[in-house]
Design a protein around this ligand. Structure first.
Ligand SMILES: N[C@@H](CCC(=O)N[C@@H](CS)C(=O)NCC(=O)O)C(=O)O
Length: 202
């Protein structure tokens, strides 16, 4: 398989981390949104939504959207709960990640750390992303005060998706000390078998 990937993207880290944990061999092709490669015609022909990550299967079919790729890769493994209710919880947290977490926690880090995003970093945008990102961290902390992981009793796709941008949230100006259950959960995800850091490449 081929992963069209951007090494410092949390969305791309999700499938890279899961493939590392599952021991799935793959070829990584760097397509950086920061240098405009995701918007070039040959890439847009592969993913009309002009984003990474994108997984190309051995037969040439492709899957976009990081969390859809996670679900494809996790089928039949310990990362996708077999129990119907727990599997629904995994979906719940994957949708939460895309709607209530990533647009604030990932985006605020990009606004603060990517020079090309500096002009978008208005005081209003920074205040909005801070408030909504903290709300998401609060929701996670409340869940994790009662549970070791997000869907069932072991690490699942939901944990991998939420780990990707939570572990670097402080670079976006979020104070993780205020969320002790989140800090403990980050350590549990890192202790799960086969963990690799965001810089990892096959
Ligand atoms: N919902 C998508 C979001 C992916 C996304 O935001 N990718 C960024 C890199 S992290 C990208 O490719 N942006 C292209 C651009 O800004 O032109 C997913 O989860 O895969």
């Amino acid at each position: 398989m081929i992963l069209y990937d951007m090494i410092d993207s949390g969305n791309c880290y999700k499938p890279r981390l899961l493939m590392a944990k599952l021991g799935i061999p793959f070829t990584r092709i760097e397509v950086s949104s920061r240098s405009g490669e995701t918007r070039k015609a040959d890439y847009v022909a592969k993913n009309p939504n002009a984003m990474v990550p994108l997984l190309e299967l051995d037969d040439g079919r492709r899957i976009a959207e990081s969390n859809a790729i996670l679900l494809y890769l996790a089928e039949g493994t310990r990362f996708l709960p077999a129990d119907r209710y727990e599997r629904a919880l995994a979906y719940q947290w994957l949708f939460f990640e895309q709607y209530s977490h990533e647009p604030y926690i990932a985006v605020r880090k990009a606004l603060l750390t990517f020079p090309e995003r500096a002009e978008d970093a208005t005081p209003e945008r920074l205040a909005q992303t801070l408030e909504r990102g903290n709300k998401a961290l609060g929701v996670m902390n409340k869940h994790l005060e009662q549970h070791a992981f997000f869907a069932g009793s072991t690490c699942s796709v939901a944990d991998i998706a939420l780990y990707a941008y939570t572990h670097t949230a402080e670079k976006g100006g979020f104070q993780l000390d205020a969320y002790p259950a989140v800090v403990e959960w980050l350590k549990r995800v890192e202790a799960d078998k086969g963990h690799v850091p965001i810089e990892w490449q096959p």
